[in-house]
Design a protein around this ligand. Structure first.
Ligand code: UDP
Length: 313
């Protein structure tokens, strides 16, 4: 198969590149490296099946590209830390960028388009777990809105185009994901805690640590994205992908401490504006339509992630 991955130098993107190269597919990737890293894909650069295009999806000239079996649109900074640093870039990538790449999808006669949306479309949810039918509880002008609202715009744009032109597009709502190739300085909870332990610093729990998240190991996520992109008869489908096993942030801190035998202390710091109190996917739809559910337990996944960050030192 011929695959195009935008945002392929990012955390999930680079794991997806590896998955497809391992399957002997041809992988083209576009990334402007605003948050992705060339290091994440350097092991593939010598492969004749891999092409890296350093460009921004907003203004790239797509006319020289071939038709693809699957276009995965993963390009977008995704960490709350970036919402404060580069909000305009995030808004433009998910709106203008998505419009341009969909235009290329249509003109190139490519077969399937998968958009990486997010659990952030549910905002600070009032129900738990969140099914795809939930409309969300989003602050449209808050500091997270650059991400939440541009992803919601992208979903609306794609579904409108689907209804009008019957395009073969699919939308994954990706919940918290972790694993090798996360950026160490991205401010995410799992990467922060592991790197704080490696550097003998206290763990920074925001708020009282009672907020919940559910963490999916990246290999499970990549498999889910692949199934959603390649199984037949899923045009216009929106699916939650994530691990439904719920944990408080304080429990995550203690689990990582335990797995590393670390004596570091936990400090409590101010929590960010609109930080969701809870987030957990209802994955019934993914189970039924994709026959998919996460297989890798938190303990096993965290051990692999700890090993990865230790290997960078
Ligand atoms: N968090 C924390 N300490 C950190 C980083 C994050 O307590 O050093 C909390 C954050 O406030 C949030 C949760 O962990 O409630 C998950 O944060 P992350 O940025 O990983 O992803 P989010 O789910 O907010 O997109």
């Amino acid at each position: 198969m011929k695959i195009l991955i935008t945002g392929g130098a990012g955390f999930i993107g680079s794991n997806l590149v590896k998955f497809h190269l391992d399957k002997k597919d041809y992988v083209w990737m576009i990334d402007n490296l605003i948050t992705g890293s060339k290091n994440n894909v350097k092991e593939f650069l010598s492969s004749k099946n891999f092409r890296f295009i350093e460009a921004d999806i907003i203004d790239f000239d797509y006319s020289g590209l071939p038709s693809f079996d699957v276009i995965y649109n993963l390009a977008s900074p995704a960490s709350p830390k970036q919402f404060l640093k580069i909000p305009i870039e995030i808004l433009k990538t998910n709106s203008l960028g998505t419009m341009r790449i969909l235009d290329f999808f249509i003109k190139s006669n490519s077969r399937c388009f998968l958009y990486a949306s997010t659990s952030e479309v549910y905002g600070n949810p009032l129900i738990d777990p969140q099914p795809e039918t939930y409309f969300g509880n989003v602050n449209s002008v808050g500091i997270r809105s650059c991400y939440d609202e541009s992803k919601r715009f992208a979903e609306s744009y794609l579904m409108t185009n689907f209804r009008k032109f019957s395009l073969n597009l699919r939308i994954a709502r990706i919940f918290n994901t972790y694993g090798p190739k996360m950026a160490a300085d991205d401010g995410r909870v799992v990467s922060n805690f592991i790197n704080q332990i490696i550097n003998h610093q206290p763990l920074t729990v925001y708020g009282d640590g009672k907020q919940t998240r559910s963490f999916c190991y990246v290999d499970d996520m990549v498999k889910g994205l692949y199934l959603l992109a390649t199984l037949p008869n899923l045009a216009g489908t929106i699916v939650n992908l994530g691990n439904p096993q719920k944990k408080t942030i304080l429990a995550i801190a203690n689990l990582i401490k335990k797995l590393t035998n670390s004596p570091v202390k936990i400090t409590f710091q101010k929590i960010g504006e609109d930080d969701p109190k809870k987030r957990c996917p209802d994955i019934s739809k993914a189970r039924i339509l994709l026959g998919w559910e996460p297989k890798i337990t938190l303990g096993v996944g965290l051990k692999k992630t700890i090993k990865y960050f230790q290997s960078l030192k």
